[in-house]
Design a protein around this ligand. Structure first.
Ligand code: HEM
Length: 196
């Protein structure tokens, strides 16, 4: 009995030792752990800051529907006068100003502000190489990576307002003056509640 307990203890500690040595055994793992720890710290520290909040910034008025070229999108990186932040995912442009602690200057995902985040999200990468300066048609991505882009797109659609399309070079912007503005995700939730 005691032998059993001792050997199972030895087994567990052996497994732990193997896990720790595998985790820290490769420089790549150490680098990934470092990145995760840094992002986690940034997210937790920005939530702490908002636990004792300064007076909340007034919400920006909802943006009118419009389409964007990549250059036009770049203007909305959160560093402009009104601090608005837009991010494109799978050619859809979202107003992520509500998530400024993620995408605003100094935020963990600030690299996506005013850019097309699709490739970065698909590759789970926050490096500059994952965000192209020219229009990115994502044609080299695998089926699984494209599936991941679509899942992120759905997540953004749930949380943020859709503003318009990211235009390919030469593509004309659509005229939205004759279309009624679609309700925002918040408005949609309100209507859903009322209909319940
Ligand atoms: C491995 C290290 C990482 C950790 C520990 C981490 C942690 C988190 C946490 C805790 C959240 C939820 C925050 C909240 O809702 O309050 C979050 C959201 C998010 N993460 Fe990460 N993350 C990591 C890596 C990444 C990478 C590499 C990317 C991009 C490729 C990424 C993109 C995002 C996005 C887009 C959100 C959603 C933000 C929003 O709600 O708008 N994360 N992450």
């Amino acid at each position: 009995m005691a032998d059993d307990a001792a050997s199972s203890e030895a087994g567990t500690s052996g497994m732990m030792a193997r896990f720790v040595s595998e985790l820290f055994g490769s420089p790549l793992n150490i680098a990934l752990l470092g990145i995760c720890a840094f992002l986690f710290y940034k997210i937790v520290s920005s939530s702490r800051k908002s636990a004792a909040p300064p007076p909340p910034e007034p919400e920006l008025p909802k943006m009118k529907k419009r389409d964007f070229t990549l250059e036009q999108l770049r203007e909305y990186d959160g560093k402009g006068q009104d601090g608005r932040v837009l991010v494109a995912v799978n050619t859809k442009v979202f107003d992520v100003t509500r998530g400024k602690r993620f995408y605003g200057p100094g935020g963990p995902y600030a690299v996506f502000a005013g850019r097309d985040a699709s490739r970065g999200l698909a590759l789970f990468s926050l490096t500059e190489e994952a965000i192209k300066d020219e229009f990115d048609d994502l044609s080299d991505l695998t089926t699984m990576q494209m599936e991941s882009v679509r899942e992120w797109e759905m997540q953004f659609t749930e949380k943020y307002d859709y503003i318009g399309k990211l235009l390919r070079p030469g593509e004309e912007p659509r005229d939205y003056t004759d279309t009624e503005d679609e309700p925002s995700s918040e408005e949609k939730k309100d209507t859903d509640k009322k209909n319940d």
